[in-house]
Design a protein around this ligand. Structure first.
Ligand SMILES: [Zn+2]
Length: 414
């Protein structure tokens, strides 16, 4: 890694164009001055232009030499990169589960662009993907498969122009609210949105509406205008009287605690309320909570699935690469395409599905061997159930005295 770091330092040192900007500005200044001189006195044209030639050439030469430095630093850096990271084929290229699903891949990319606010790029992408429906953006020349052509719909599923447009205007609204919240500390659009969706938010157990109103309370409280005796804590109190009763008993403790802060108004920084009133993370917290709830209302996850998949893939890549290398060396092959023969450690936030391991056979549940709940409530794998019921006979649960018949067992969906 050391040579790479050295090249990186060199690039940082040489890669700056700030010097070049000065040189370009010098050239512009020279040209502007000459134009003014000629405009003021047309007869000065000849001598002015003659005088201009040398300094302009000198400053342009300087610009060129600056660029040459940057160019050579970039070249050295990419050489060092190539040396460090030798080009390798992507592992699992034989088991590309996405190859047969160009429409799904395109849809994921289009959705990602829309939710990132890249609306123009998304529109162009959707138009091009719909024009070439059987080609995923990630791979070229995959459209020769006639089977695929027959089976797949001819556009990106529900990613047609209308639904993409509706999604785009939804996300445009989300970015408007977020911009106000993050950059202007303006709570109004977010509070309006939360009020409109108050019922759904409540059903989801979300605190967003209350969190936003609490931020407003804190904001009013701390905005003290010496010319307005009603500003500051008094205005906050007025707001609280008006707004807090709308919140159900769920927030009784929080609202009475906020009102209690009024007693500490003269010395808030040394009061128990310090963390509520001087919490710099509160705005970012409200913003991310807003994104989560907004996406949930659209039936979408908080983070773009493409982002999650690509990040998880990048984390898993070294393990997969090693696996494929070792398998290649010992001449082994993956027998089951849907299951990896090794565990891929991923951070907790990347685990979305619960895994069932049968307590009898110690095997992980699969589609073919799903978890089954026995009449007593204990859960074992289907194959274990078949074993203990010896085909289809009454059996006793391996974990309690309750007896049952395989017919009474229910498949469990995790
Ligand atoms: Zn049992």
């Amino acid at each position: 890694m050391e040579p790479l770091r050295l090249e990186q330092d060199k690039l940082d040192k040489k890669g700056s164009l700030s010097k070049t900007i000065d040189h370009v500005q010098k050239t512009i200044d020279l040209l502007v001055a000459a134009r003014q001189a000629i405009a003021a006195d047309a007869s000065a044209r000849g001598p002015t232009l003659a005088k201009l030639k040398r300094p302009v050439k000198a400053s342009l030469d300087q610009v060129n030499s600056d660029i040459k430095d940057i160019y050579s630093a970039h070249k050295d850096y990419s050489k060092a990169l190539d040396k460090k990271f030798k080009p390798q084929a992507m592992p699992t290229s034989q088991h590309d589960a996405l190859a047969s699903q160009p429409a799904l891949t395109n849809r994921a990319i289009a959705m990602h662009l829309l939710r990132e606010g890249q609306f123009n790029v998304a529109q162009t992408f959707i138009a091009e993907a719909n024009a070439n429906p059987n080609t995923a953006a990630t791979r070229d020349g995959q459209d020769g498969d006639s089977l695929m052509k027959d089976n797949n719909p001819t556009h990106i599923y529900d990613m047609d122009r209308d639904s993409a447009g509706a999604l785009q205007s939804s996300f445009a609204h989300m970015y408007l609210v977020l911009d106000a919240l993050r950059n202007d500390h303006n709570l109004n659009p977010a509070i309006d949105w939360a009020r409109q969706h108050s019922h759904q938010l409540d059903l989801r157990g979300s605190n967003l509406e209350f969190d936003l109103c609490r931020l407003r309370f804190v904001e009013l409280y701390t905005q003290h205008n010496p010319d307005d005796p009603m500003s500051g804590p008094l205005r906050a109190l007025e707001y609280a009287r008006h707004t807090f009763p709308n919140f159900s008993a769920r927030y009784m403790r929080e609202t009475s605690s906020l009102l209690g802060s009024l007693a500490f108004a003269p010395a808030l920084t040394s009061s128990p309320y310090k963390s509520v009133f001087f919490n710099h993370d509160a705005w970012e917290h409200a913003a991310s909570s807003f994104i989560r709830e907004f996406c949930a209302m659209l039936g979408l996850s908080e983070k773009s699935p493409l982002y999650t998949a690509a990040t998880a893939g990048a984390i898993a890549l070294p393990v997969l690469e090693k696996l494929e290398r070792v398998m290649g060396e010992v001449g082994g092959q993956w027998t089951s395409v849907n299951e990896l023969p090794v565990e891929i450690p991923l951070p907790h936030s990347y685990l979305f599905h619960s895994i069932f391991v049968c307590p009898v056979s110690k095997e992980q549940g699969t589609d073919a061997n799903p978890p089954m709940m026995l009449p007593c409530g204990h859960v074992i794998a289907k194959e274990s159930l078949e074993k203990i019921s010896r085909g289809n006979k009454r059996f006793k649960c391996p974990y309690c005295p309750v007896e049952g018949h395989p017919k009474e067992a229910r498949k469990v969906f995790l």
